[in-house]
Write a protein that binds this ligand. Structure first.
Ligand SMILES: *[C@@H]1O[C@H](CO)[C@@H](O)[C@H](O)[C@H]1NC(C)=O
Ligand SMILES: *[C@@H]1O[C@H](CO)[C@@H](O)[C@H](O)[C@H]1NC(C)=O
Ligand SMILES: *[C@@H]1O[C@H](CO)[C@@H](O)[C@H](O)[C@H]1NC(C)=O
Length: 383
C-alpha cells in the first residue's frame, strides 16, 4: 500500500495541469453535498432574489450562455470537481424544495445548499455589532436544510446512509463574507479579527454535525487572498508602496487571510484527530489562487485587472458593478483572474480546482484518497 501511495504522488505532482482523465474511474465518491456562499452557489440565491446583480448578463456568458445563478462568467470550483468525478452539476436545494418532491432531481448524486452572500455566523452576530446583513442563510440555516433534505431522502430511499457515507461534503468556501461585510463598511481590522474564532467555531461545529449525520469525507476550504481582489485594491488604495507585495496585492489583507487559514487548519487537524474514521481535507484556495497572481502570464492571464467592470486601475468601480448598465465585460474572460472584483473567472476557478484535485493544494492530497480505494490491479492498468 505504501509504495502505491508514493507512485501516485509522483504522477500527480508532475502533471497536475493535465486533464483529469484518471479521476473519473478512480474516485470513490458518487455524490457531492455542497454548502457555502457565492463561490459555490449554483442557483439558490437566484430563487430567493432574482434581482441580485450576479443574476443578469454578462454573468454566465462563457459556459451557460445565460445567467445561471452563479457569480462568474461560467462554472465554479464545485462544478469542475463534479465534472471530474463524473457527477452531474449540482442542483440548488431551493429548486428541489420548490418543486415539492425529490423525484426527477437525481438527489442521490448530490445537492447544493450554498447561497451567495451567506455567512458562516448567523445574521444576529452581525446585527449585534451594527453590521447589516442582507439575508440569514448562514451555515446553520444551510445545515437545517440538509437535515430537512435527509429526512425526505431517507423516507424515499433505502440506501440513504450509504449515499451520505460515499459522498464528498464540500464545506464552503464559507466564512469569507463574515469578513467581507465589515470590510465593505471599512470596519477596523482590529475589530473583525475578533470574529475569527467565532467563524472557525461555526465551521467546525457544522463539520461535527455532518460527521454525526454520517458524512465520511469533508473538504473544508480556506479564504482566498483578499488583498488581490479588485474591490479591496480600489477601496483601500494607498500611495504607500510598502503596503503592496510583489504581485501588487495589499499585504495587510493577505496577511489577515493567511492567519485565518492557519487557524482554520489547526481546527481541522483537531477535528481529524477527534474523528479518525473520517477524512477531513483542507482545501488551500489561498495558495492555489496566489499561484495565479504570482505568475499570471504563465497561465495566460494579464494580472489584477478584472474582466467585467468600468474603468480605473483595476477596471473596478463600485457604482458600476458587473451586471449593471454601464459595466462591460472584456472580450476574453479567460485572460483575467478576476471577474467582477469579488469573484473569479471560470478560467481561474478551473485552475484552482485542478490544483486542489490533482495538484498540491489539498491536505491530505485529494488524489491519494481517490486512488487508495481502487484495487492495485486497476491502479497498475492506469500506469
Ligand atoms: C437565522 O437562522 C438561524 C438558524 O435557523 C436561527 O437560529 C436564527 O434565529 C436566524 N436569525 C435571524 C435574525 O433570523
Ligand atoms: C414518507 O413517505 C410516505 C409514503 O411515500 C409519505 O406519505 C410521507 O409523506 C413521507 N414523509 C415525508 C416526511 O416525506
Ligand atoms: C465611477 O463611476 C461613476 C459613474 O459613472 C463616475 O462618476 C465615477 O467618476 C467613477 N469613479 C472612478 C474612480 O472612476
Amino acid at each position: 500500500m505504501g509504495s502505491v501511495r508514493i507512485a501516485v504522488f509522483v504522477i500527480s505532482v508532475s502533471s497536475w495541469f493535465a486533464p483529469l482523465l484518471l479521476l473519473t474511474t478512480a474516485c470513490p465518491y458518487n455524490s457531492i453535498f455542497s454548502f457555502g456562499d457565492s463561490l459555490a452557489d449554483t442557483g439558490n440565491l437566484y430563487l430567493i432574489s432574482p434581482s441580485d446583480h450576479c443574476l443578469s448578463p454578462p454573468y454566465g456568458q462563457t459556459f451557460f450562455h445565460h445567467p445561471s445563478g452563479r457569480c462568474s462568467d461560467g462554472r465554479l470550483i464545485v462544478d469542475f470537481i463534479a465534472e471530474w468525478l463524473g457527477i452531474p452539476l449540482l442542483k440548488p436545494y431551493l429548486a428541489m424544495k420548490k418543486s415539492g418532491g425529490l423525484e426527477d432531481w437525481n438527489a442521490e448524486r448530490g445537492v447544493n445548499f450554498a447561497v451567495a452572500g451567506a455567512t458562516a455566523l448567523d445574521s444576529s452576530f452581525f446585527e449585534e455589532r451594527g453590521i447589516p446583513i442582507p439575508y440569514n442563510y448562514s451555515l446553520s440555516v444551510q445545515l437545517n436544510w440538509f437535515k430537512e433534505f435527509l429526512h425526505a431522502f431517507c423516507n424515499s430511499s433505502n440506501d440513504c446512509h450509504e449515499v451520505v457515507a460515499n459522498s464528498l461534503f464540500l464545506m464552503g468556501e464559507i466564512g469569507g463574507n463574515d469578513f467581507n461585510y465589515p470590510l465593505f463598511q471599512r470596519r477596523s481590522i482590529v475589530e473583525f479579527k475578533t470574529y475569527v474564532p467565532h467563524v472557525i467555531n461555526a465551521i467546525a461545529s457544522a463539520a461535527n454535525e455532518l460527521i454525526d449525520l454520517g458524512a465520511r469525507t469533508l473538504m473544508v476550504p480556506g479564504n482566498l487572498p483578499l488583498g488581490c481582489s479588485a474591490i479591496y485594491l480600489t477601496m483601500y488604495e494607498t500611495m504607500d508602496k510598502n503596503q503592496y507585495d510583489q504581485d501588487g496585492c495589499l499585504k495587510w489583507l493577505n496577511e489577515f487571510a493567511k492567519d485565518y487559514n492557519q487557524k482554520l487548519q489547526t481546527e481541522i487537524n483537531r477535528l481529524q484527530e477527534l474523528h479518525p474514521y473520517a477524512n477531513i481535507i483542507y482545501a488551500d484556495y489561498y495558495n492555489a489562487a496566489l499561484s495565479l497572481y504570482n505568475h499570471p502570464t504563465n497561465f495566460g492571464f494579464t494580472g489584477l485587472k478584472i474582466c467585467c467592470g468600468m474603468g480605473g486601475l483595476y477596471n473596478y468601480n463600485e457604482s458600476v458593478n458587473c451586471g449593471n448598465p454601464g459595466a462591460i465585460a472584456c472580450d476574453d474572460p479567460s485572460q483575467c483572474i478576476g471577474w467582477d472584483g469579488v469573484h473569479l473567472t471560470e478560467a481561474a476557478y478551473r485552475l484552482i480546482a485542478q490544483g486542489l484535485i490533482n495538484g498540491p493544494y489539498s491536505r491530505p492530497q485529494f488524489n491519494t484518497l481517490c486512488f487508495l480505494n481502487v484495487s492495485s490491479a486497476h491502479f497498475r492498468s492506469l500506469i
